[in-house]
Structure formats: C-alpha cells, structure tokens
Design a protein around this ligand. Structure first.
Ligand code: TTP
Ligand code: MG
Length: 371
C-alpha cells in the first residue's frame, strides 16, 4: 500500500484474542436503587433537584424507567423535571460510586491482570490467557456477569469479541443485563450496519461532515479508498479504514502497571506573575485529581515541572502522608513546591503536574457518606 512517499504493510486483524468490554447498567442510578428499596419502581434521576439549583445542573444518569420519559445523561435537570415531575432526584455520592467501582474491579482481577478501566463503570478485559484457565470467552463473560450480580447486586452488559472496538460497541447492543458476541466471521457484517456515530473516535461535531459525504453507516465507509479517507478525515480516516474492516489491534493496557498520571501545558505568552502560575497549577492539579478519581487510583507522590524561558527545566516532588485522589490535598502540595522551588526572575514557558506511586482504592478505606 502506498501513501505519499510512505509504503507500509497493511495491518492484519489479530483474531486470536478474547476481549470483553464490561459496562455497568445505569451505574449510579442502580447503585442508589440497590441501596434504597423505596426507590423500586420509581423513575430515578441522578442530579440535584432543579428546585434546589434554580434550574441549573445536569443529569449524570437515570434508571431505565426514567429513560422511558425521554430523560438522558447530560440533559438539564430542569428538562428532566419537565419530562417527569414525579421522578426522584438524587444528588449523587461520588465517593460511594468510586468504592463500588473498585469492588467490581476486584472481580475482574480474579480472572485476568489485563484490565483497562475506561471510567468508573466500564473496562476492557483481555481474557485470552486467564487465571481460571477457561477457554470460552462467553463462559467467562457469563461468570463475571453473574458474580457482579451476586456479590455487588448490580447488573452489567458485556460485549465479547477479538478487539476492543468491537467489544465496546457490542456491550451496548443488549442492555440491560445483556451479552453480545461478535465472532471474527461476523465482524465485518456487524461493522457495516453500524451508524457512523457509533464508530469510536467520531465526535458528534464531525458526524455532519460524514453525512455530507454520504457516509451514514459502516458499509458506506467500506467503499472508500484509504487515500481518500486520509485526505478527507486525516488520522481519523486512517483509523476508520481499518476499524470498519475489523482491524484494531490496540492491546488492553493493564492500568496497575501505569507509573504516573500527569498533564502539562506550554504558554505562547510566558507567565511572569505568581498569581498566573498558581492559577495554572490549580487547573492542572484539578485535571490530574479528576483522572485519579476516574481511574479509581490514589497517589502518594506529587511532582511539579517548571520550564523557564531559557529552557532550563526542573522537576521537584514531595510525598503525601497518605495516598490521595483529592484535589485539595494535592494542590496544597503543588503550591508548597512552587513556593519553595519556583522563582520568577525568569518567565515561565511550561508548567506540569504529575502524580505517581499509586495505591489501588481497594487497599484503602473510603469513608462512606451515604445519603
Ligand atoms: P454510562 O455507562 O454512559 O451510563 P450508565 O451506566 O448510567 O447507563 P447505561 O446502562 O446506558 O450504560 O455512564 C456511566 C456513569 O457515568 C453513569 O452512571 C453516570 C456517569 N455519567 C455522567 O456523570 N455524565 C454523563 O454524561 C454520562 C454519559 C455518564
Ligand atoms: Mg454504563
């Protein structure tokens, strides 16, 4: 295959893997229903009641009964209230959801170390080789589904296939408490009927562009040459060309092996004041703390990075007394590090914050604030 002056081998699908994508059903809402039997048979919306927020606020999620009224994630809570005034609105309890998520991950680790969480309620598992020595991926999926129900009291849906992309799409196919298997033989037919917006990586904003080019489904994508897709859609076009052919060989990454989480930013206009530096450090720390919470991790080491206008770069770190995923605790250390090690004799062109030395949540106790 040729593109520009590059020649490369066309990737081949690796169909020998067994990959699961597990996605909890109505996650936050079902946790609330499990914990409070009075909510049975009621539409439940996870959001502050609009009366308490002067109409502001958005819906995190809702149970399936509330979905029958047209309520959806990310809808304004006022709109949700209009659609179903008798719904029960519950202001969620993140710490509690993080803990339930960690319990679910413990079940995954009984089957494989290759667990890649995408958020609190979903993860990829590579079970090609697994700790139970079970050959059938479907059998493992059923065992996990049942174990989560028995031990945690929640339902999930699972997609089973040979790559992450297909497994993820498949997990959404029969919800709730569903299981969808897509074999290598079925993959291309499965992908051809898939709406373009369901191709992971196609953002909502680019959907109209695909439609303008008469690409509505996988089968329309399939007709395009690689070169044309790249010309029109860049990297995304390249990736889609292979995805629709069932080729997506990205490995399931074991998040327990991850060494650090961080973010940094470079400034076109260099920073010269303490308050500008602190504002940026606050923003970066917030991002990092959010990532920790999403991944269900706590970190003990906090590192800041400073690059001055002459490109001298320094990193300085400090340990928290106990691992944390809390923004307030992390930012205190970040500010302290800056105050000790930073100076503004030179302007600052880059700032970074990272955290490392993780402790999985399951090894720490989180105080429960049940509402
Ligand atoms: P999802 O898996 O998208 O939704 P869900 O688990 O509630 O329902 P489904 O059965 O369709 O999978 O998201 C997981 C959790 O993430 C969800 O319970 C709440 C949270 N969330 C938000 O806070 N805001 C959002 O916009 C979305 C989509 C999810
Ligand atoms: Mg879910």
């Amino acid at each position: 295959m040729q593109y520009g002056i590059l020649r490369f081998e066309e990737p081949k699908p690796n169909t020998s893997r067994k990959i699961l994508h597990v996605d909890m059903d109505a996650f936050y809402a079902n946790i609330e229903m499990r914990d409070n039997p009075k909510l049975a048979n009621k539409p439940v919306v996870i959001a502050k009641h609009p009366n308490l927020t002067e109409g502001r606020g958005i819906v995190s999620t809702c149970n399936y009964l509330a979905r029958e009224f047209g309520i959806r994630s990310a809808m304004s809570s006022l709109e949700a209230f209009k659609r179903c005034p008798h719904a029960v609105f519950i202001h969620g309890n993140m710490q509690h959801y993080v803990e339930v998520s960690a319990q679910i991950r413990q079940i995954f680790y009984q089957y494989t170390e290759l667990v890649e969480p995408l958020s609190l309620d979903e993860a990829y598992l590579d079970v090609t080789e697994n700790k139970k020595g079970i050959k059938s991926a479907i059998k493992i999926a059923r065992l996990i589904q049942q174990q989560i129900l028995d031990e945690i009291g929640l339902t999930c849906s699972i997609g089973v296939s040979y790559n992450k992309f297909i497994a993820k799409v498949a997990s959404d196919f029969h919800k709730p408490f569903g299981m969808t298997l897509v074999t290598p033989d079925e993959a291309v037919a499965f992908l051809k009927q898939l709406p373009i917006e369901d191709f992971y990586g196609v953002g909502r904003k680019s959907v109209p562009t695909f439609h303008q080019h008469q690409i509505f489904k996988g089968e329309d994508l399939f007709k395009w040459q690689l070169d044309d897709l790249i010309k029109q859609f860049g990297k995304m076009g390249y990736s889609l060309y292979f995805k629709v052919r069932g080729i997506h060989n990205a490995p399931v990454k074991n998040h327990r092996e991850r060494k650090s989480i961080g973010t940094e930013t470079t400034f076109s206009k260099f920073l010269e004041t303490d308050s500008d530096v602190l504002t940026i450090f606050n923003r970066l720390t917030k991002k990092v703390a959010n990532k920790l919470q999403e991944k269900g991790l706590k970190a003990q080491t906090i590192t800041i990075k400073i690059r001055y206008d002459d490109f001298e770069t320094l990193t300085r770190q400090m340990q928290l007394s106990t691992p944390s995923d809390q923004y307030e605790e992390c930012v205190r250390v970040v500010e302290h590090l800056w105050q000790i090690h930073g100076n503004l004799e030179r302007a600052v062109r880059l700032l970074g914050v990272s955290v490392s030395k993780f402790e999985d949540l399951e090894f720490s106790s989180i105080p429960l604030e049940l509402e």
